[in-house]
Design a protein around this ligand. Structure first.
Ligand code: WTA
Length: 654
């Protein structure tokens, strides 16, 4: 595990800086260093003040932090309800008519939902969940497209103290089996079908298939989205449109302890088994609201749009809990950015006069590729601030985003964080910090991060190393569902007392962080985390495959592309059709995003004498680089063979 020297050098050549415009600074939420100073002086006091500022407590907390490494508890003794904080209090303050969501469906339908309407619908749904038998502490899996019912279901769970586990609707039935089984969810909320690029994705059918392999009984609540045909289990399935509207629009919010579980969200680790990351009530909500408010410089008239999917943590924190906690008006979009045309996002920005847009570098690079004419067709003058998340943003994409979407003046806030951190950790306060294209700048006030070498020593300015977080923070994960050992081992064993993020970064003379991607066996494809182990285990589950190794190849569009090296069992022939079949197999095991870009057959994999696959060499081959040290190889011939083959047409490509 070492951070790529090439990446360090490439980034070091970037010296442009962009101070915020006078115009921006005039109304900026943060204009001086006082938050940094307060947090530096007394971090616990700082967080206590933020917690009382952002959260409406039913019972105030009496202890800020209990830190029994690696388990943190924040705001002990406090009681609150997250849905109350996201809905009721805004309505009670007279803002019931404020729009919570401008929702745009992919086929062109749309809905406008006020805070009052959202509150009513959440209460009805909460009552429906209770009627189905869901109780406080029960897990509810949500497998839904980006329709308002997804947000409603999340908040309905929060209202009654049930734990939601959102599963990205692009995942396959098999991925759903693992997550429902591991979480022990007793209800699955899904839809008949989802829209994707004008086609219908059979969610209920996937769910039916998944439940065959789940050992415990799981009921279903089904939203009708497309009206497509579905199979029905009379005893166990209910239609959302039949059950929810008949419920009363009032439901008392369950009072939760600060440390009660709010949700789990599965993310890829370095083994084949996904990790159920646990987030609790108060600390997570605070991190979501505080970071959303200040990083996106929220104003009373902000129209905010995070284009992520609620299936990922970005959607949890920056579509649901941050914006609703802050009482902001958001846009929510159901579909693909190129449907029906490649200007869909820009037409929505124009329609709703969006002022803050938060998206991913992969999307930005796709927009660049599609061409300037698409944003050029629309009036984007409402844009005031732009955000980026999910992977390192290359300076070219950063500049394009600022110039073409932000009229050459909008600050671009690059935000570094993880499913595990709950919310943004490293990002600029845009009215204060000068920006550098490609840098997420500095840890936010109250967040303490460092870049260290192998031995755990802080690196000198300009040097690269491993990212660690040196103190607990309110939104931090509280563990992995059902696996405390793995939690300890993955995040807390490498450097004593520090959280190991698994990312490499360089820190420059100004203390700015330049993130360089993962240092472990986790890939980042279009901003989605995929584990090599998970992909490899999907490949070897195919009867033709004896062994597989998966490595990332650098890709201009998706950041990384998945390259699979496969050794076949005897009796199977290396054929293009089989490569295609294997790609499809991975797609069905995990989901379409996990399909390898190419599958290369090899008589053997390069291994050390102790039998460890040398992925580093495969990465070099995939990227067509000069090979590193091959002396530890058991059979050096294999590498030569693979290099020769790389030039042949044995690959199937998308
Ligand atoms: C990467 C997404 C560089 C990083 C919020 C991290 C980034 C992983 C950035 C977490 C960024 C996220 N710059 N890399 N601004 N944001 N990453 O859990 O490798 O889906 O560890 O959370 O994405 O991905 P996750």
């Amino acid at each position: 595990m070492s951070v790529s020297a090439a990446a360090i050098e490439a980034l070091m050549q970037e010296h442009r800086t962009f101070a915020p415009s006078e115009d921006f600074v005039r109304s900026a939420r943060v204009r001086d260093n006082s938050l940094y100073e307060q947090a530096e002086q007394d971090a616990e006091q700082f967080w206590a003040e933020q917690a009382r500022h952002y959260i409406s407590w039913a019972t105030d907390f009496d202890q800020v932090l209990e830190w029994k490494l690696p388990f943190a508890k924040w705001f002990l003794g406090g009681r609150l309800n997250v849905s109350y904080n996201c809905l009721d209090r805004h309505v009670q303050a007279g803002r019931g008519d404020k729009v919570a969501f401008f929702w745009e469906g992919e086929p062109g339908d749309s809905r406008v939902i006020t805070y009052q309407e959202l509150l009513d619908e959440v209460c009805r749904t909460a009552n429906a969940l209770k009627q189905i038998g869901v109780r406080k502490g029960d897990r509810v899996a949500l497998y839904l497209p980006m329709i308002p019912e997804l947000v409603v279901s999340m908040l309905a769970c929060a209202r009654i103290g049930a734990v939601h586990c959102v599963v990205f609707a692009g995942f396959s039935a098999e991925a759903l089996v693992d997550r429902i089984t591991d979480s022990g969810a007793t209800l699955l909320v899904t839809a008949d079908e989802a829209w994707r690029r004008g086609k219908k994705v059979p969610l209920k059918q996937n769910a039916d298939r998944a439940l065959v392999d789940v050992k415990h009984e799981v009921k279903m609540l089904v939203v009708r989205r497309t009206g497509g045909e579905v199979e029905w289990r009379q005893e166990l399935d209910s239609w959302y449109h039949e059950l929810v509207p008949q419920q009363p629009p009032l439901c008392d919010p369950e009072l939760m302890d600060s440390e009660d579980l709010l949700f789990t969200l599965y993310t890829s680790g370095t083994t084949a088994k996904p990790k159920g990351i646990k987030h609790t009530t108060a600390g997570y909500l605070l991190q979501a609201m505080y970071t959303h408010d200040l990083v996106f410089d929220i104003q009373p008239d902000t129209v905010y749009w995070c284009s992520a999917d609620c299936g990922w943590v970005t959607g949890h924190t920056y579509i649901v809990y941050g914006p609703l906690g802050n009482g902001v008006t958001s846009v929510m979009y159901e579909g693909a950015p190129d449907f029906p045309e490649q200007d869909r996002l820009w037409s929505i920005v124009e329609k709703h006069r969006v002022s803050v847009l938060y998206t991913a570098p992969t999307a930005i690079r796709a927009f660049m590729k599609w061409g300037d004419q698409f944003p050029g067709r629309h009036d984007l003058s409402s844009i005031r601030l732009l955000g980026s998340v999910g992977e390192p943003i290359n300076p070219e994409a950063w500049m394009w985003y600022r110039d073409k979407i932000g009229a050459g003046v909008a600050p671009v806030v690059d935000t570094w964080w993880q499913t595990e951190t709950g919310g943004i950790m490293v990002a600029p306060l845009p009215g204060l910090l000068p920006l550098k294209p490609g840098s997420a700048t500095r840890p936010l006030p109250g967040i303490f991060a460092d870049v260290v070498d192998e031995a755990g020593k802080s690196v000198a300015p300009g040097q690269g190393g491993y990212v660690v977080l040196t103190r607990p923070w309110p939104g931090m994960l509280r563990g992995i569902w059902g696996d405390d050992d793995r939690y300890r081992e993955t995040y807390w064993s490498r450097y004593p007392g520090c959280y190991f993020a698994g990312d490499g970064a360089r820190r420059d003379e100004d203390g700015y962080f330049w993130f360089m991607g993962r240092v472990d066996d986790v890939m980042n494809v279009s901003g989605h985390r995929l584990s090599t182990a998970e992909l490899e285990s999907a490949l070897v589950s195919h009867p033709a495959v004896a062994e597989a190794a998966v490595v990332p190849r650098e890709d201009a569009l998706t950041g990384q592309a998945i390259i699979a090296y496969v050794t076949l069992r005897s009796g199977f022939r290396e054929r293009a059709e089989l490569a295609e079949e294997l790609r499809a197999h991975v797609g069905s095991q995990i989901g379409a995003i996990a399909k390898p870009r190419s599958v290369a057959f090899t008589p053997d994999l390069p291994k050390t004498r102790s039998g460890k696959i040398m992925r580093r060499l495969l990465r070099d081959i995939a990227d067509d680089r000069k090979l590193g040290d091959t002396t530890t190889l058991a059979d050096p011939e294999i590498v030569k063979e693979l290099q020769a083959r790389a030039h042949e047409e044995r690959y199937s490509s998308e």
